[in-house]
Design a protein around this ligand. Structure first.
Ligand code: ATP
Length: 228
């Protein structure tokens, strides 16, 4: 059984329909890339999963129907979100940001510091004074502190310099290999996604148009649907 399963998911912003039938699964220990051009519904899908917008259709996590649950209950069930734009508490320190998110489990401040030594070095620093890359590390660390079963990374490396991007991808690879964490990841770089993912799901105009193993994602398919 899949950990996360969406089937025929639809969603609206007011009267404007944004999702027209998203089919997507993430199994235990699986890394799934959610792809598609700008505006095709990736972030809206994430918002629907986290119950930040109303949706209809199949939406289950660990066998539980997520419809009707508030966002904080979805988080408590074990979905850790790293939102687009990071959204750390700017005036809190690194440590305070992490501690505020903490829930019992194997992930604690020390383990996050081991994954991102730069965060450990800056634990007393206010989030607003961190670089973009460090803020993204903090956003990932904060999601891990909730001890999730699934982490969702919306725009994993957006706006980051190549070296920092490589650090983020290395951390994602470590999460996969060392912890077997289930991960749903969105990013502009198909090449980077292909390195860490087991499967890909492609959205076009709010609907799933392709899904398959990462090795089946040919250049022709990515060119058609993702534009690279
Ligand atoms: P991007 O890579 O640009 O973030 P995306 O694939 O994540 O794109 P979404 O942000 O999910 O796409 O947008 C899907 C559709 O929903 C688009 O047509 C977008 O204009 C619309 N949309 C997104 N957010 C809102 C909103 N808050 N209100 C109204 N429409 C929205």
């Amino acid at each position: 059984m899949s950990l996360l399963a969406l089937s025929g998911l639809t969603a609206f912003y007011g009267s404007s329909q944004a999702l027209f039938g998203v089919d997507l699964t993430v199994g235990e220990g699986e890394v799934v890339a959610l792809m598609g051009r700008n505006g095709m519904g990736k972030t809206t899908t994430v918002r629907a999963i986290c119950r930040m917008i109303v949706s209809k259709g199949g939406l289950t996590f660990a066998g539980r129907d997520l419809h009707g649950l508030p966002s904080h209950a979805v988080a408590r069930l074990g979905i850790g979100l790293v939102p687009e734009g990071r959204r750390c508490f700017a005036d809190l320190t690194v440590r305070e940001n992490l501690v505020a998110a903490a829930r019992p489990g194997p992930w604690d401040e020390a383990r996050v510091g081991d994954l991102f030594p730069r965060l450990a070095e800056r634990r007393g620093q206010r989030a607003r004074t961190l670089s973009g890359g460090e803020q993204q590390m903090l956003a990932i660390g904060r999601a891990l502190m909730t001890n999730p079963r699934l982490v969702i990374l919306d725009e994993a490396t957006e706006g980051l310099a190549p070296l920092v991007r490589a650090e983020i991808w290395a951390a994602v690879a470590r999460l996969k290999i060392e912890t077997g964490m289930a991960i749903l990841v969105i990013d502009k770089s198909v090449r980077d996604l292909a390195r860490v993912s087991d499967r890909a799901v492609i959205l076009e105009r709010g609907a799933t148009v392709w899904s398959g193993g990462i090795n089946e994602l040919t250049p022709a398919i990515s060119e058609t649907y993702v534009g690279v």
